[in-house]
Design a protein around this ligand. Sequence first.
Ligand code: DSN
Length: 412
Amino acid sequence: MSYLAATDPQIADIIEKERLRQLNGLELIASENLVSRAVLEAMGSIMTNKYAEGYPGKRYYGGCEFHDMAENLARDRLKELFGAEHANVQPHSGTQANMAVYFAYMKLGEKILSMKLNQGGHLSHGSPVSFTGKFYQVAQYGVDEKTEVLDYGVVHEMARKEKPQIIVCGASAYPRTIDFKAFQEIADDVGAYCMADIAHIAGLVATGIHPTSVGVVNFTTTTTHKTLRGPRGGAIMCNAEYAQAIDKAVFPGMQGGPLMHTIAAKAVCFHEALRPSFKEYNRQIVKNAKVLAQTLMDSGLRLVSGGTDNHLMLLDLTSQGITGLEAETALGKAGITVNKNTIPNETKSPFVTSGLRIGTPAVTSRGMKDAEMREIGNYIATVIKDIRNETTIRDVRGKVEALASRFPLYPE
Ligand code: DSN
């Protein structure tokens, strides 16, 4: 970063501080990850210099021949990775991908049926503070009060009653397997479309560790930066019959120029995800989550739904008499980054919460395995059980730094 340091030492210094934060701490935010050097290079490349509005072979700017090659590679690799008939790699984010599906297949004022935000859904699935809650009517399902998992019978009943145009499945804070086939069958029964937002579990789906939604539901949306381990961005997959409407909804419907440096980096990410080692990596993410979950439960902490099937878990702090905010803050001081999260039957505000969301993709990218997960689980439990003791927090911080130092972000 020598050019940056010479041109803008302030920003260079901020980036260096952030590098040290990532290096010396443990990143357990379920939606974050660590990209490869190859992805970083593509993102920081001269591909950012160009406008390429339109699609390969049909652009509104000259000089796009290499951008066409990059976007075609990204689309083809994504199709191969998920077995999709059609792929659009231009959405700037997961929310943009979802927006394109809504714009393509719903009129303003029609209805979405989706999962409640405070039970695991996402802002862009119908929250009143998102465009989705302002442009569309919204009906929402949650998890079963006792089991804390989805009840497809209840979703089916709601779908019959609410008659939505699109049923949205997929979640940001749901630790269990999602039955995409069941969602599409419900949609078919009530004459609705079905959209699966697989942003969190995309890597698991790509490697067959979680059942796929692609070719099963009408539209699959995703981000590329969570378990897929690519640059920040979005993508949409669907059958060929929906391709034209989806592409038109993305551009010119809701975006202008695509971020071509990001699309080049997405192509690199999909190439990496097609390697056999990516399956091993995703298997380890899930194994790590299971070991971490078991360690937390063995230390007397409660997990929503009693465990995890994927890359994340939700810790219910109610019986500890502390909030998610307090736990997030104390763990942050100990060098462990997590986020406070609402839990089913939440009684507190989203800024306080009764839960913590914990995920393993980023620490797995650093090469950590079962033994390290047990260490991390014990550190988390130690802080949570002695949350007001600064000496305990300092002691755990020392151990966290020692552990992190054994697993560099980018081994030479
Ligand atoms: N904000 C992301 C997450 O943390 O789950 C989803 O967009």
